[in-house]
Design a binder for this molecule. Structure first.
Ligand code: AMP
Length: 437
């Protein structure tokens, strides 16, 4: 399947897809769309970044268009249930983008913001609803949402729904759906509980699996700089002065640090904003929009806040601080190099983060290329010594422990799989192929 026009999709949809610059369907799109247009159920083992959203949004739009209702009144005909507000907002954007030549109205309902505005939009009529479970149940209980005309149901990121404790809410929603419907089920992983949920929901589904994104994509060039904690700010500033760092996501471990880094950059006239859990949903949405449309070149985020962020054309991920969980590193760097683009991930590692780096490399079974030819390079940090702030007494402790052979992470390090130049400057940056969303 090499081009969209081979897929059985209506012309207005193909036009919208082409306007987005998509030429070739991604594997999940190529494997699912025809079956979904025919009305089959689907079990999709795929995660964000694979083109999953278009894989379900395009056939949904096609079917709603192909089977118009007799009445002009809008009723909810398709429902997408997703675990986070950010994902909900992005899915709505996708429906609007792909459906821009069709008359359907898509809205999202999710918690964390006032319900009044959402209630008003619901009253105005909706064809496609995207929702997080709690707020959806809230509106169902008050009778403001009625799903009796539902034709297509999508359960997105089912494994995360379970992780986040939404399983009961999800079951409650499912039990309120009409029995006669088309169901689509997506999950990045299929542990037993997820598979059970799927088998109760789907009838003779088409099964589609695509390679997970969670393993670091080969297209992401990763490097690490060992630096003293106190040099991180100036190093970040120097890197960001390079305009080839077009759209940069910077990660910190704490909300406080995210704010501090964003403030400092703004003072240096490098437009930056922060998103984290302490910010009101509206402020987060604004920051994401500014980042998406290019008003803000740098977004500083914590791991939780960045979950599910899907913004095209993130050229660089910078780990201002390394995460203490290796899986978070994989998620962080996966924000770049989406949909066929290149991307770079640069990590700042201070002495006290040396062990974090070791476990990241161990988990990924990959040594990250070290940049030593930089003025900020600190041999002490590389040896795991804790720098400056806490004075000279404790700083040698870690190194002494290490020399005593307790963890010796250097020995575990393997050569990088691909040896590409790793200097933080002079990169051509990722290409921005796709706009929108
Ligand atoms: P998703 O997995 O749905 O979050 O999609 C990941 C990214 O890929 C989104 O930013 C889409 O805009 C982009 N995308 C989806 N399908 C295609 C395609 N066929 N060609 C190019 N980019 C795509």
């Amino acid at each position: 399947m090499n081009c969209f026009s081979e897929l059985p999709l209506a012309e207005p949809i193909l036009k919208a897809v082409s306007a987005e610059g998509y030429t070739t369907p991604t594997p999940i799109q190529a494997k699912s769309i025809t079956h979904l247009v025919e009305g089959r159920d689907l079990l999709g083992c795929a995660q964000t970044g694979t083109g999953k959203t278009a894989a379900f949004a395009l056939p949904i739009l096609h079917r709603l268009d192909a089977f118009p209702l007799a009445s002009k009144r809008r009723v909810i005909r398709a429902l997408v249930l997703t675990p986070t507000r950010e994902l909900a907002a992005q899915i709505v954007e996708s429906f609007r983008t792909y459906g821009k030549n069709l008359p359907f109205r898509t809205i999202a309902v999710y918690g964390g913001v006032g319900r009044g505005g959402q209630a008003q939009k619901l009253m105005a009529g909706v064809d496609i609803l995207v929702a997080t479970p709690g707020r959806l149940l809230d509106f169902m209980n008050t009778g403001e949402i009625d799903l009796k005309s539902l034709e297509i149901f999508v359960l997105d990121e089912a494994d995360r729904m379970l992780d986040m404790g939404f399983i009961h809410d999800v079951r409650r929603v499912i039990s309120a759906l009409p029995k006669k419907r088309q169901s689509l089920f997506f999950s990045a992983t299929m542990p037993k509980a997820v598979a059970e949920l799927a088998s109760g929901l789907l009838a003779d589904p088409v099964k589609v699996e695509v390679a997970p994104q969670a393993t670091p994509a080969e297209r992401i060039r990763q490097s690490v700089l060992f630096v003293d904690k106190n040099s991180k700010d100036s190093l970040l500033e120097e890197i960001l002065r390079d305009q080839r760092f077009e759209r940069v996501l910077v990660f910190t471990r704490t909300k406080h640090r995210a704010d501090r880094v964003a403030r400092k950059l703004s003072k240096l006239n490098i437009p930056a904003d922060a998103i984290h859990g302490n910010k009101a949903q509206n402020a987060r949405t604004r920051a994401l929009a500014a980042f998406r449309n290019g008003d803000v070149r740098v977004l500083v985020a914590t791991d939780i806040a960045a979950r599910g962020i899907d913004i095209d054309g993130i050229t660089h991920v910078i780990n201002y601080e390394l995460p203490n969980e290796p899986e978070s590193y994989v998620h962080r760097i996966g924000r770049t190099a989406r949909a066929g683009n290149d991307g770079r991930a640069i990590s700042f590692c201070s002495g006290d983060e040396r062990d974090y780096l070791a476990s990241i490399e161990k988990t990924m079974r990959l040594g990250i290329k070290v940049v030593r030819n930089h003025p900020c390079h600190s041999e002490e940090a590389e040896r795991g010594m804790v720098d400056g702030e806490d004075g000279g007494e404790t700083r040698k402790r870690k190194a002494a422990d290490r020399q005593a052979g307790d963890s010796a992470p250097r020995k575990e390090r393997r050569e990088p799989r691909q040896s590409r130049p790793a200097a933080p400057r002079g990169t051509s940056g990722g290409r921005r192929r796709h706009q929108g969303r």
